[in-house]
Design a protein around this ligand. Structure first.
Ligand code: CMP
Length: 585
């Protein structure tokens, strides 16, 4: 219905300069039910030459975010300037032209925002709806639309009515422009979720609200002072010649009242008393809100750091309660300090657990892949496989002098060394057999079934952390699954384990040879069985073929006999069903 035609003088496939920046936020080549193309670079009707009518914005996209951030300016302008112009007529009169221009600009942005709202997509069953007729219908049917329209109604035209005093650009009549505040909150909310410093943003927002409150209170104080007479008593604003001075005095006075600093001149009249009392009540409310918000921010800050690093307090209290002190308690404290200082997270899967599995794998891979690649065993593994593996690994940190595993224990996990040095200690607990460093692994011998291993599933050596060791731990079942997928990794591990067992004298070569012979015998038998099965299968196929051929031959003979029988009896056409004819016979 709307053939996409290029505008005269514009190449068909060239991007339209005016729309190019909107590309990321606009719909991509969808067709609406009326047949219009929503591709931002294509034209939707012959009359539409520059901007396609059915462009849409993704509400979670960058362009929507930029737009609502821009909308903060006209909304704040109206909230700050209107009350100022109302209460300080000299400010209004001194710059009438400027105010009119800024008012016009703010109204234009308000109207544009209504258009943007109409073109903002929405999620339905998790799918972004970009159909312009639906987005428009949804906005027009929402409570926001009448509110937005009320905020942009040209109420200042009321001043043209007979009997209303003629003041150019009467600011009080534009009070409805302040109704646009929900859009301001939306922009703040979006900014808070996007920014990397949400707590700083919250504090800044709080300060803005505070300053705005003081500004409004100051303006109202000045209006009351002007009504009572400037400088008539010590409470009201002094009659200073300069408007800036008057404004600053009012702002200062309101700051004293609203921050409950006090020390304001004693009110003399009823109006002053009422105004000041209302101000103090507001201040109490505001103060409680601000204190609450700031304490929330502080709690958030501290909970952010405790969410990452374990709190040493409960462990210390536990040790104290059980009377454990001295060196052990010191080691616990030092371990916690090390985690914080080195930014090590032993419970990082808990931090990431709310993420979907795929996304968690991405995050974990981007954090740990570098370290995993340094492990010799994984060097040749594909990226995708390591990404799967990384989710099975549990980071663990061991302190100096701590045993990671002890000889004779049942092995349940193996370790990859990310950072640190560990000693393989002999049975006496002192002799160092070897020192293991970054990129090596240990603890696999008791997990994989090496033939001739006299230790079975028990640890063959003590492993002691020399300093702080940062390890990845892999459980027995996870290791079995990984090795089942990678026989070459199993072979490499077995070869290394065999060598170590041999060196430690824990390899029974006789048992190994017997196991190997038994394995070879089993393999031979298996092969024999396979060959026999193959032969049986061939014979069965041959017999089946013979059976089918003889059945066919028999059927033909029966058919022929039936034909002859019918001809002898002179009945039937020979086309009747065989069963029916047989029964008649
Ligand atoms: N001499 C050695 N050199 C290096 N690593 C060893 C040595 N002896 C034992 N290990 C490792 O220490 C681990 C102790 O637990 P496992 O027996 O499961 O697996 C063992 C090997 O991975």
């Amino acid at each position: 219905q709307h053939p996409a035609e290029p505008s005269p003088g514009h190449p068909r496939n060239a991007p339209y300069p005016a729309l190019e920046p909107l590309k990321s936020g606009l719909s991509a080549g969808q067709r609406d039910p009326k047949g219009g193309c929503s591709d931002p670079r294509s034209l939707c009707s012959p009359s539409c030459t520059a901007i396609p009518r059915n462009w849409t914005l993704d509400p979670a996209g960058d362009w929507h975010y930029r737009w609502i951030s821009l909308m903060v300016l006209p909304i704040l302008y109206n909230w700050v300037v209107l009350i100022l112009r109302c209460c300080f007529p000299e400010v209004q009169e001194a710059h009438t032209g400027l105010w009119q221009a800024l008012d016009g600009l703010s109204d234009a942005l308000y109207l544009l925002d209504i258009a943007v709202h109409c073109h903002t997509g929405f999620l339905e069953d998790g799918i972004l709806v970009r159909d312009i007729s639906r987005t428009r219908r949804r906005y027009l049917g929402s409570w926001t639309f009448p509110w937005d329209v009320m905020a942009v109604l040209p109420t200042e035209l009321l001043c043209l009515l007979p009997g209303v005093p003629r003041v150019p650009g009467v600011p009080a009549a534009r009070a409805n422009r302040c109704l646009r505040v929900p859009r301001l909150f939306e922009a703040f909310d979006r900014c808070e979720t996007r920014t990397g410093w949400p707590n700083v943003f919250r504090m800044a927002k709080l300060m803005l609200y505070l300053l705005l409150g003081i500004h409004w209170h100051g303006c109202l104080y000045f209006a009351l002072s002007a009504h009572l007479g400037l400088g008539v008593d010590p409470w009201v604003c002094p009659s200073s010649a300069r408007p800036l001075r008057r404004y600053l005095h009012s702002f200062y006075f309101s700051t004293l009242v609203l921050t409950t600093v006090g020390d304001t001149p004693t009110p003399q009249r009823e109006e002053e008393l009422l105004f000041l009392t209302a101000g103090f009540l507001l201040a109490v409310l505001g103060f409680a809100t601000i204190t609450g918000s700031i304490s929330t921010v502080i709690v958030n800050l501290s909970s952010a750091s405790t969410a990452f690093y374990p709190d040493a307090g409960p462990v210390r209290r536990y040790l104290r309660a059980w009377g454990v002190g001295g060196r052990l308690a010191g080691r616990v404290v030092r371990w916690h300090q090390h985690l914080r200082a080195q930014r090590k997270l032993p419970a990082e899967w808990e931090v990431l657990q709310h993420l979907p599995r795929g996304l968690r794998a991405e995050v974990a891979a981007s954090v740990h892949l570098e370290a995993l690649r340094r492990v010799g065993l994984f060097r040749s593994w594909e990226h995708g496989v390591l990404r799967q593996l990384v989710l099975r690994l549990r980071p663990q940190v061991f302190g100096p002098g701590e045993f990671v595993c002890r000889r004779g224990d049942v092995g349940r996990e193996m370790y990859f060394i990310r950072e640190g040095r560990l000693a393989v200690v002999a049975e006496d607990g002192v002799t160092q057999l070897a020192v293991l460093g970054e990129g090596l692994y240990f603890g696999e011998i008791s997990l994989i079934n090496i033939k001739g291993n006299t230790a079975g599933n028990r640890r063959t050596a003590n492993i002691l952390s020399i300093g702080y060791s940062d390890l990845f731990c892999l459980g027995k079942e996870d290791l079995a699954e990984v090795l089942a997928e990678f026989p070459c990794a199993r072979a490499a591990m077995e070869a290394k384990g065999r060598e170590l067992l041999l060196r430690m004298g824990q390899l029974d070569t006789g048992a190994e040879a017997a196991a190997l012979a038994a394995e070879a015998e089993a393999r031979r038998r298996l092969q024999g069985l396979e060959v026999a099965l193959e032969g049986l299968q061939t014979r069965a196929a041959r017999l089946l073929a013979q059976l089918e051929a003889s059945a066919l031959r028999m059927a033909l003979r029966v058919q022929r006999l039936e034909g002859r029988c019918c001809r002898c009896c002179g009945t039937g056409t020979g086309k009747e069903p065989r069963w029916g004819r047989g029964r008649r016979m």
